[in-house]
Design a binder for this molecule. Structure first.
Ligand code: URA
Length: 256
C-alpha cells in the first residue's frame, strides 16, 4: 500500500508506538473497530437453555508460591517463572528478564522491572540507568562480570516482565511475583541486598518513601538490606548523586 509518510516520519511513528508498548504487528489488514461495534450480538431465543458459566476462582499468589517452592535451582526457578501464566505483564513483554551477574556474589541488587532495552535484550539494567549503575558499582570496586564473590554482584528485579509504558507495577503484580523473588534470594543466598528504589522497598520492606528510607540499613528477606535511590532517578535528579555516593560508601564499608 502507498503511504503518504516519508521514511523518517514512518520510523518516528513506529518508535512512538514501540514506546507505548505496541511492539508487535498482529494483522496485515486494518480493522474498523467502530463498524465492528455496531454489529450487535444475536439475541438468544427465549426458550434457549440457560447456560451457567461458573467462574473458576484462582489464587495467583498461591500458585506462584507453589511454583517457587518447588524450584531448587536458579535454572528451575527461571523455568517456573517462564511457565507462570497468571501475570498479564507476561503477555505484553518480549522477554523474561531473570537476572544477570554472578550468583556467588556477596551483594544482590534488587531493581524494579525491565524497561525497553532490558525487554529487548532479556537482561536487567542494560539501558541508561543500567550504565549508570555499572559506573556506581565500579566506583566501589564492584562489577557484575567479576568472578570473585567479593567483587561480584548479582542483579535481578521484582518483576521479570516489562510493564507497558514503563508504568509502576501494581500491588497485585508485586504480590504475585514476591514468592519468586523470595526464592530467588534464598537460592543466591547473598550477604547483603541493595533495594534499588521504591518498588524494591515495597517488596522487601513493605514500605515506600525512598528519599526517607535511603541510606538506612534495614532487614529484607531475612538479611541486611540497604535502600538506595534508583539510578533512573539519579539520571533525572543529578543533585541526588551526592547522597547516593554516601550510600555506596556505606555499602563498601559493610563489605570489608
Ligand atoms: N530499572 C530497573 O529497575 N530494572 C531494570 O532492569 C532496568 C531498569
Amino acid at each position: 500500500m502507498e503511504s503518504a509518510l516519508d521514511w523518517h516520519s514512518a520510523l518516528a511513528l513506529l518508535d512512538w508506538q514501540v514506546d507505548l508498548g505496541a511492539d508487535e504487528a498482529i494483522g496485515d489488514a486494518p480493522v474498523d473497530r467502530f463498524a465492528v461495534a455496531e454489529e450487535t450480538p444475536k439475541k438468544a431465543a427465549d426458550n434457549a437453555p440457560v447456560q451457567i458459566v461458573k467462574r473458576q476462582e484462582i489464587d495467583a499468589v498461591d500458585i506462584a508460591r507453589q511454583a517457587a517452592t518447588q524450584a531448587d535451582t536458579l535454572d528451575a526457578l527461571r523455568e517456573a517463572l517462564a511457565g507462570y501464566d497468571h501475570c498479564d505483564l507476561k503477555r505484553g513483554a518480549k522477554s523474561l528478564v531473570f537476572a544477570d551477574g554472578n550468583p556467588a556474589a556477596r551483594v544482590l541488587i534488587l531493581g524494579e522491572a525491565p524497561g525497553r532495552e532490558e525487554d529487548r535484550e532479556g537482561r536487567p539494567f542494560v539501558g541508561r540507568a543500567g550504565h549508570l549503575l555499572d559506573r556506581m558499582l565500579d566506583a566501589i570496586g564492584l562489577d557484575r562480570s567479576a568472578d570473585t564473590p567479593d567483587r561480584a554482584v548479582y542483579i535481578t528485579n521484582v518483576l521479570p516482565w516489562r510493564p507497558p509504558q514503563n508504568r509502576d507495577p501494581e500491588a497485585e503484580e508485586i504480590a504475585m511475583m514476591l514468592p519468586f523473588v523470595q526464592k530467588h534470594i534464598e537460592l543466591v543466598n547473598p550477604d547483603i541486598i541493595v533495594l534499588m528504589g521504591n518498588i524494591a522497598c515495597r517488596a522487601g520492606l513493605k514500605k515506600q518513601g525512598i528519599l526517607r528510607l535511603r541510606g538506612q540499613w534495614s532487614e529484607a528477606f531475612g538479611r541486611p538490606a540497604l535502600p538506595m535511590t534508583h539510578p533512573a532517578y539519579l539520571l533525572r535528579t543529578p543533585h541526588a548523586k551526592r547522597d547516593a555516593w554516601a550510600d555506596l560508601l556505606s555499602l563498601k564499608a559493610r563489605l570489608t
